[in-house]
Design a protein around this ligand. Sequence first.
Ligand code: GTP
Length: 612
Amino acid sequence: MATFADKTFTTPELIRNFCIIAHIDHGKSTLADRMLQITGVVEARDMRAQYLDRMDIERERGITIKAQNVRLPWVVDGTEHVLHMIDTPGHVDFTYEVSRALDACEGAVLLVDAAQGIEAQTLANLYMALDRDLTIIPVLNKIDLPAADPDKYAAEIAHIIGCEPDDVLRVSAKTGFGVKELLDEVVKMVPAPVGDADAPARAMIFDSVYDTYRGVVTYIRVVDGKITPRERIKMMSTGATHELLEVGIISPEPKPSVGLGVGEVGYLITGVKDVRQSRVGDTVTSERKGATEALAGYREPRPMVYSGLYPVDGSDYPDLREALDKLQLNDAALTYEPETSAALGFGFRCGFLGLLHLEITRDRLEREFGLDLISTAPNVVYRVVQDDGTELTVTNPSDWPSGKIAEVFEPITKCTIIAPSDYIGAIMELCQGKRGQLGGMDYLSEDRVELRYTMPLGEIIFDFFDNLKSRTRGYASLDYEESGEQASELVKVDILLQGEGVDAFSAIVHKDSAYGYGTRMVTKLRELIPRQQFEVPIQAAIGSRVIARETIRAIRKDVLAKCYGGDISRKRKLLEKQKEGKKRMKMVGRVEVPQEAFVAALSTDDSATKKK
Ligand SMILES: Nc1nc2c(ncn2[C@@H]2O[C@H](COP(=O)(O)OP(=O)(O)OP(=O)(O)O)[C@@H](O)[C@H]2O)c(=O)[nH]1
C-alpha cells in the first residue's frame, strides 16, 4: 500500500471522513476490523481481532478507550477515494472522545445490534451527531445471529431518525456480509470536506497520545490550508510553538507523508513529552503567516468524580506519584494532588471523568506499575455557600466546612434509560429512591420504552447501574450527561472510632440517606474490626449529632496464658509473633484496625462501574 500512503494532498472531493457510533458491544471494533481487511489495508494473515484497540487493557476488556483513526482506499465507479475512518469509544465516560471524533467527520455510521435494537448510548451518540449536522448512515449489525430481528429494529431506527425502514443497511461485521455495500454507501452519501486550500493552515486536534519512543503523537484533521513537515507550528490556545518533526497518515500503521491538506486526517509529532502540551480541542496553525482565528467547538475535559488513591504499603508512595506522572502524560483528563489521611497515610486525591475512568486508571496503576492500592468512596464536586457568603468547591469530604452552611449545590444529570416495558415500575421505583425526577417517557416499539430522568450525579456514581441491571435482569441500558447543578439538602456523615473520626469513611450524602449510610458503615465496621482489650464504640455522626452506634466488646487476648512455667524463649517467640501481626495494623487513636478492614469497608461495590 506504499503508493497509496505516499499520495498526499488528496483532492478534497475524493475524501470521506466518517466515524462509527454505537452502543457498547454493538460491534464497532469488529466492523472496523472488517473494513481494514476488505479495503486491503491489513492483509488477512496479519489480521487480529480489534486491530485498532492498541492498549492491552482495551483488548482484554474488549472495549475501545482511545479513538483511533485510519485511512482506507476505496474504489467506487473506477475512482479511488480516500476514507478516513475514526473508531470511537462507546462508553458513557468517554462521551467527550466521541464528540471530538464527530467534529472531525462529515458522516457517521450509526451501528445497531440487530438482536438488541437501539440502546441508551445509541441515542446519546446519534443526538450528538445530529447536533453537528453529520450525515447519518443507519446500519443493523449482527444479522447473522439467530436472535436477530432486523425488521423490528429497522422500524425502530427509521422511526427515530425519520427514514424508511428499507434505508437501513444490514451487515454482519463478523462474516463481512454487506460491508462492501456499506463502504460504497459511505462514498455516495457522506459529503466531501470543504475548506480553503489557500488560507493559513488550521487543523483541529481531536486526540493526542503519548508514545514512549516518539513522545506525543497528535491526531489532527486539517480544515484549511496545509501542514507540511519541517515548518514550525503554533498551538493557538497557548501560543506555544513547536518544530514539526513528522507528519503522516495512519494506514493502519503510521506512515510519514509530505504533508496534510484540506480535509485530511493524520498525525503530527513535535517532540513534546506531555499530552497537555498538545491539548485536545486546540487549533494547530503555522508559526509564520498563521491563522488568527481558532476553530470553535471544543471544551476541556473536566473531572466529574473524585476519589483518594492510597498505596496499601505506605513505602510505595513515591512509586505511586511516579506512576501517576506517567499516566498523566497520556491522559489529559486525569488530575491528582497529594493528600494525607489519618487512617490511610499519604496518597493522592484524583479526579476522573467517571467511574469507568477511575476503574481503568486504578487497573493500570496496579497492573502496569505493580502497585497495590486502596481507593476511597468516590464523590462528585459540590459547591458550598457558607452563611457569611463565602463559597467553596468541595471535592473531598474532609474539606466540608464546619461552620454554618447556607446552601449546597450538587451536579445533576439528564439520564436516558431504555428497557423492555415490563420493567417500567421497577425502574421508576429505583429512580425515585435515587431522587430522580421523571422528565418523559416514549415507546420505541410496542414493548420497549425510553425513560428520561433528571438525577443527581452523586446518586448515579454510587451503585445505580448495578441496581438498574439487577432490577431489569440486565435488559436496561443507561446513558447520562451533565446538566448543571441544583441546590440540595446534603450533609456530611462522619464515622468515629472511640470518639475519633476516621477521615477515609466520611461521606457527603443527602439528609434522607444519612441514617442509612451511617448504620451500614457502623455495622460493617463492627464485623470487620477485631475485638480489642477495651470497649470500642463505633458511631456515625452529623456534626456533633450521633445518628448510629455499635459497640465492639472488649477482650483480653493474653497470648502468654497457655505458657506455664518459665520457658522464656517460648514466651519471647509468642510475643514476637504478636508484634508481627501488629505491623499490618493501623492505629486510629488507641484502636488497632487491620488494613484489610479499611479495604473491605471502602469497597462499597466497585462492580457498579462495570457497564457490560
Ligand atoms: N454474531 C456476530 N457477532 C458480532 C458481530 N459483530 C460483532 N460481534 C461480536 O460482538 C461483540 C462486541 O463487538 P465489538 O466489536 O467489540 O463491539 P464494540 O461496539 O466495538 O464495543 P466497544 O469497543 O466496547 O464499544 C464481540 O464479541 C464481537 O465478536 C456480528 O456481525 N455478528
